[in-house]
Write a protein that binds this ligand. Structure first.
Ligand SMILES: Nc1ncnc2c1ncn2[C@@H]1O[C@H](COP(=O)(O)OP(=O)(O)OP(=O)(O)O)[C@@H](O)[C@H]1O
Length: 202
């Protein structure tokens, strides 16, 4: 892999390298600005790299990004819910596309009772749980999660542990950023540090 990437003029990722197999998880750590979200965006195919390559089953993900996006489910830092739409409406498109059970997903995150509430009326933790339900609705091989536990209470952390465990036992792969301990035993760790390297002006 050995990938490097700039954001603007700043070298954010330098020679990052890891391998992940089916059923494994990787926890990306580092201080604010170290490039954790940037790395997730790259792995999701949303941002190009400046050197190196990312291989999925020996093939460069950037050679067929449409195919790659089908392998990936993405939980961003924001929950990306439409405030005026109900929980059901926010999730119905993804559940319709993949023919997956919206009620099951909401039940897993303990949100069945608020299925018809508009997203703008949800608490921060409830919004996070809806975003996690959306991950469950896409039959992806790789989950890319940006600080998945933000706003979650202890009970939901236990649910998250079960969700992670189940997904990995079905050979799913998880790559996640976090600033706090996550219920993901037997993970690899990748430590990023902020870089001070900037592009030469010419
Ligand atoms: N769109 C952008 N244009 C230019 N620089 C950017 C852009 N987005 C992020 N950066 C810079 O890239 C660096 C890495 O940002 P990134 O969001 O990946 O960090 P992070 O490790 O996820 O931080 P945090 O822990 O605060 O979420 C930061 O220095 C940030 O200022």
């Amino acid at each position: 892999m050995q990938l490097s990437a700039f954001r603007g003029e700043k070298l954010v990722l330098k020679n990052v390298n890891f391998t992940l197999n089916s059923g494994e998880s990787l926890i990306i750590q580092g201080p604010n600005g170290a490039g954790k979200s940037t790395l997730l965006r790259i792995l999701a195919g949303f941002k190009k790299i400046d050197s190196g390559e990312i291989l999925w089953n020996h093939e460069n993900i950037f050679d067929n990004l449409i195919q790659h996006t089908q392998n990936v489910a993405w939980l961003s830092h924001q929950d990306s819910l439409k405030p005026a739409l109900t929980v059901r409406e926010n999730l119905s498109l993804v559940s319709h596309i993949y023919k997956t059970d919206l009620r099951d997903a909401l039940q897993t995150v303990n949100l069945s009772s608020i299925i018809d509430l508009p997203a703008r009326m949800l608490s921060a933790g409830q919004k996070r749980r809806v975003a996690i339900a959306r991950i469950l609705l896409k039959p992806a091989r790789l989950w890319l999660l940006d600080e998945p536990s933000v706003g979650l209470d202890q009970q939901t952390m236990e649910i998250l542990a079960e969700i992670f465990n189940q997904f990995k036992s079905e050979n799913g792969m998880i790559i996640t950023t976090t600033h706090v301990p996550l219920p993901l035993p037997n993970s690899q760790y990748l430590q990023l540090t902020p870089s001070s390297i900037v592009k030469a002006p010419f």
